[in-house]
Design a protein around this ligand. Structure first.
Ligand code: KIV
Length: 263
């Protein structure tokens, strides 16, 4: 049976951790589901790990539609989230709706948009028109040039307060899930306790309702320096299937992320 947003909400309420990984094709969709991953994120990180770009900024709507279709064809069970790429949702709610509709028609069950307060109107517009929205707060990679690099967010008292407020406002606007990226674990814990929708952490400590990693990072396929929050599961497991099963097991047992993967 297909996992739905209600399933994930129930898991979060019952304290049953959600295992999410990025996924960009049909073969991996089947493999990840068989290993117990509940949600597949067709992330615009495909710009880095598939296309070889330095940032996610060049990823197009057409790229996202194509990869969402591939994942949807290979998936029978997981809840699929499609990223809205840079430039497809920032101009305004109506533009965002037209573009989100293409990603939903490609097979996504929810779209993810980066940003806090400035995106509230768009979140509300989509959520009230049948498009479930996942917010993405903290280190939002599409704003890398504004941040001046891939830096941990929410470290100062003021920045932490703004992030907490953004999460509450996103929920109020209709977001059904919130990804928290590269924020201190204590702040992610506070945000998770302050909202009723599932929070999914990446570099946000062990207390979020679920975890996500970029598939190519945790399988150690992607060359170059890894973020502190990445764990190399291939080293521990030796096979792709084993690596993904171990990730799911550690997410469920709350042994990943450890303090060494958190801020
Ligand atoms: O695109 C992506 O892979 C993401 C994750 C880093 C959360 O947005």
């Amino acid at each position: 049976m297909r996992i739905t947003l209600s399933t994930l909400h129930r898991m979060a309420q019952e304290g049953n951790r959600i295992a999410m990984l990025t996924c960009y094709d049909a073969s991996f969709a089947g493999l990840l589901e068989a290993a117990g991953v509940e949600s597949l994120l067709v992330g615009d990180s495909l710009g880095n790990v598939l296309q070889g770009h330095e940032t996610t900024l060049p990823v197009t709507l057409r790229d996202m539609v194509y990869h969402t279709q591939c994942v949807a064809r290979g998936s029978k069970r997981a809840f699929i989230i499609g990223d809205m790429p840079f430039g497809t949702f920032q101009a305004g709610p109506q533009d965002a709706f037209r573009n989100a509709a293409e990603i939903m028609a490609a097979g996504a069950h929810m779209v993810k948009i980066e940003g806090g307060a400035p995106m509230l109107e768009t979140t509300e517009y989509l959520a009230t028109r049948g498009v479930p929205v996942c917010g993405h707060l903290g280190l939002t990679p599409q704003s890398v040039h504004q941040f001046g690099g891939y830096k941990v967010q929410g470290r100062s008292e003021g920045a932490a307060e703004r992030l907490l407020e953004d999460a509450k406002l996103q929920e109020r606007a209709g977001a059904g899930m919130i990804v928290l990226e590269a924020v201190p674990a204590a702040l992610a814990r506070e945000i998770t306790a302050s909202v009723t929708v599932p929070t999914i952490g990446i570099g946000a400590g062990v207390d979020c309702h679920g975890q996500v990693l970029v598939l190519h990072d945790m399988l150690d396929i992607f060359p170059g320096r890894k973020a502190k929050f990445v764990k190399n599961y291939m080293r521990a497991a030796g096979s792709i299937q084993g690596a993904v099963e171990l990730y799911v097991k550690e997410v469920k047992a709350r042994t990943f992320p450890g303090p060494e993967h958190s801020f």
